[in-house]
Design a protein around this ligand. Structure first.
Ligand code: SF4
Length: 322
């Protein structure tokens, strides 16, 4: 099967300015040489600690940030830098759901204006637009009366439903979901996740699902990519990753997930220290400053991202131990 999205050697560096003349003094290596495919109808979970570059990666994919280098191929077409026409056409088919539903909705616009804006920007004229907006709201579990109201009149979960309605309004094929439930109460999170899964089935959607929460990612994903300091360190089918994590960082993340059974024992791997600054990533393996298995070679040589064994071409990791 051909991927719907291919990301190849993607890099996104942000300049750091300082001094009296605000000269460039360095770079933040937010995303540094990332490659992966997403296949039609699947959910690829992208997980990692805050600051690992996963949101920047999602924003590069939908064109909110221009990439520094690398290629993004969507539905067979390589997205060219600065081609506004192509970007606009691509945005019809690729949408984003944001972390904070309040920040991402214009507080001075009614829900009707927020939803209509999508159609206007993309020049989509529909004489049945009123009916379409009503159907859209009902699809995400909101009353048509919501059309006349403003974002502040809704709860967090309802606002995220409006964000989802906006994302699906033009029938996209791929949605980048950037921490779509992390700003919501736990009781509301599962409702929104179940809504996303229902829409995926009904509309044949493909998701790139970004989250720092492995439990959430496990619930929704077919495959999972683990990101650390701007790089993907492990990628595998969900069940394989949870059954046998290969990279020491993934092992530490999984060991921190609470288990429901109070009688079961679990050894938590505590990682020492903070995630290093992406402005000054460590040489060699970027995880060596926190890795409990670090060896001398890890400080000098970057491990290759490769299949974990000769017989499995679906499970990849980057570690000198493999
Ligand atoms: Fe740890 Fe070395 Fe593997 Fe990096 S390459 S994860 S430092 S053992």
């Amino acid at each position: 099967m051909e991927p719907i999205l291919s990301v190849n050697n993607l890099k996104k560096y942000f300049p750091v300015h300082g001094g009296i003349f605000l000269r460039r003094q360095g770079w933040i290596y937010a995303v540094d040489d990332v490659s992966f495919d997403v296949f039609p109808g699947e959910t690829l979970g992208l997980v990692g600690e805050s600051g690992c570059g996963k949101t920047t990666l999602g924003r590069c994919i939908v064109g909110l940030y221009p990439a520094t280098d690398g290629k993004i191929r969507f539905q067979g077409t390589t997205l060219a830098k600065r081609d506004r026409g192509q970007l606009k056409a691509m945005r019809l088919k690729m949408q984003m759901i944001f972390q904070d539903p309040f920040e991402s909705l214009n507080s001075r616009h009614t829900v009707r204006e927020i939803l209509e804006e999508k159609y206007r920007i993309h020049g989509v004229r529909d004489k049945n637009l009123d009916q379409q907006l009503v159907t859209l709201l009902e699809t995400v579990g909101l009353s048509p009366r919501a059309l006349a109201r403003y974002p502040h009149e809704f709860s967090g979960g309802q606002r995220q439903r409006i964000g989802i309605a906006r994302a699906i309004s033009l029938a996209p094929d791929l949605i980048v979901c950037d921490e779509p439930v992390s700003a919501l109460d736990v009781s509301v999170q599962s409702q929104i996740l179940n809504l996303l899964l229902k829409l995926q089935q009904e509309m044949g959607l493909t998701f790139l699902f970004i989250s720092h929460d492995l439990s959430v990612v496990k619930h929704v994903s077919d495959r999972i990519a683990v990101m650390y300091l701007g790089r993907i360190v492990e990628l595998a089918h969900r069940d394989d990753l949870f059954a046998a994590p290969s990279h020491p960082y993934t092992q530490a993340l999984l060991s921190a997930i609470p288990i429901a059974d109070p009688t079961a024992s679990k050894q938590r791997i505590i990682l020492e220290g903070e995630i290093p600054s992406p402005e000054n990533p460590p040489p060699g393996c970027r995880f060596h400053t926190r890795c409990p298995h670090a060896m001398a070679v890890c400080q000098k040589e970057e491990p290759l991202f490769k299949p974990i064994n000769d017989t499995d071409d679906t499970h990849f990791a980057a570690c000198h131990l493999l």
